[in-house]
Design a binder for this molecule. Structure first.
Ligand SMILES: Nc1nc2c(c(=O)[nH]1)N[C@H]1C(S)=C(S)[C@@H](COP(=O)(O)O)O[C@H]1N2
Ligand SMILES: [Mo]
Length: 368
């Protein structure tokens, strides 16, 4: 007799790991969303420390999402016979339950695969990723809470190690539950180990499957949008000016900027797409630039790039970041002049910020 692994006990065992991964992914995703697109009331309160905070939460977001993929596949395999139960709808309550499971499965598949494709910068869909991924996250959370409520009696009955009513059948003729769970755990371990090095650099030598390797890129740092893609390849040091707007607006040449007090900080680029890499940046403190324009300490700033179009041309940064001595308008990376792809002649680097907000090719700063 074959042990039936399409049962509630197996579904519960895999389901709790899947549920945990989805909850971690949801929480870190919401953090990422509000750090990247804060409402006005939050923008001024976002903390710039710990400097590795965003790297940690976003690394966890992408890792938990990737780990959830084999868990979701295993869970769907465990429960798929229920798709074909007959009669398909027994009552109104049953119809509603099936509809909620359809939403849950659809939302989970959409989130995990749209997120995975996003890490590869592949957007084969006609909508913009961030708002849709964010909205469906809430749909997924709602459907998950409903599912847990509906299934509570079954989950409770099968949660413990030795649940009553579960017959342990002979395992000789088929894979036993333990083997299945070990296999699923091995799959989760394998996809995690071969991708997590993209942000957790101690494991970078195992980074075989992630789209980015932290060491691959100019000046030892990956590049998301190149100078060519942003059409800012023809910057001339002689013509470039930094304009700082405030009570006392002023303009600086590149030489004048380089003559201001320079500071070196070690901070990561932590890309929303999942890769992170720390580097040494040298430049002028943003707070010194703002102070010189007569801005109050802790003023917010709007930063404008030379880039003509693109979602990251203009960036706003709250007072928590502008006041931090680690926040620089950087001119150098690893001791050398920034390469065009890394934002020559000047780019923002701030602690605890998503990579998308580390604006490259800066030309103007406006105290707010
Ligand atoms: N002006 C501008 N700045 C930008 C971007 C951009 O598209 N335009 N991309 C951002 C993104 S998504 C990331 S992850 C970082 C990457 O910095 P790097 O290319 O120097 O590693 O730059 C950010 N700065
Ligand atoms: Mo990014």
């Amino acid at each position: 007799m074959k042990l039936n692994l399409h049962d509630a006990r197996t579904a519960t065992s895999i389901g709790r790991w899947l549920g945990a991964a989805i909850v971690v992914c949801f929480v870190t995703g919401v953090i990422s969303h509000y750090v990247q697109l804060p409402p006005d009331w939050l923008a001024g309160a976002l903390p710039s420390r710990p400097s590795w905070g965003y790297r940690f939460t976003q690394g966890l977001h992408v890792a938990s999402g990737i780990a959830a993929i084999p868990l979701l596949l295993a869970k769907l395999w465990t429960v798929y016979p229920r798709l074909f139960i007959w009669p398909p709808l027994r009552s109104v309550r049953h119809a509603l339950e099936r509809a909620s499971v359809a939403v849950l499965v659809g939302a989970a598949i959409f989130q995990l695969f749209s997120g995975l494709l996003n890490t590869a910068q592949w957007y084969p869909w006609p909508f913009s990723f961030v708002p849709v991924h964010f909205a469906v996250a809430w749909l997924l959370l709602g459907a998950l809470v409903l599912h847990l409520a509906v299934k509570y009696p079954e989950i409770k009955a099968h949660w413990g190690k030795r649940s009553p009513g579960t017959l342990e059948l002979p395992v000789a003729e088929g894979p036993d539950r333990r083997s299945l769970l070990t296999g699923v755990a091995a799959a989760v371990g394998a996809v995690t180990l071969t991708t997590v090095g993209q942000s957790f650099t101690p494991l970078k030598r195992f980074d075989l499957l992630a789209p980015r390797h932290p060491d691959h890129g100019e000046q030892g740092l990956p590049v998301n949008r190149t100078a060519a893609a942003a059409r800012v390849t023809d910057v001339s040091a002689a013509d470039w000016r930094l304009t700082v707007l405030g009570k006392y607006s002023y303009e600086l040449t590149l030489d004048e900027l380089a003559a201001m007090p320079q500071h070196t900080v070690t901070l990561p680029i932590a890309c929303v797409e999942g890769w992170s890499k720390s580097a040494d940046w040298t430049g002028v403190r943003v707070r010194d630039l703002l102070e010189r324009a007569g801005a109050r300490p802790g003023s917010a700033v709007r930063v404008v790039s030379l880039e003509r179009r693109g979602s990251y041309r203009v960036m706003e940064m709250g007072g928590g970041y502008t006041d931090d001595p680690l926040t620089l308008l950087a001119l150098r990376l690893g001791g050398r002049t920034l390469s065009p792809d890394h934002g020559y002649p000047a780019r923002i680097i701030a602690p605890n910020r998503p990579g998308v907000l580390q604006t490259k090719w800066v030309t103007r700063m406006e105290a707010m």
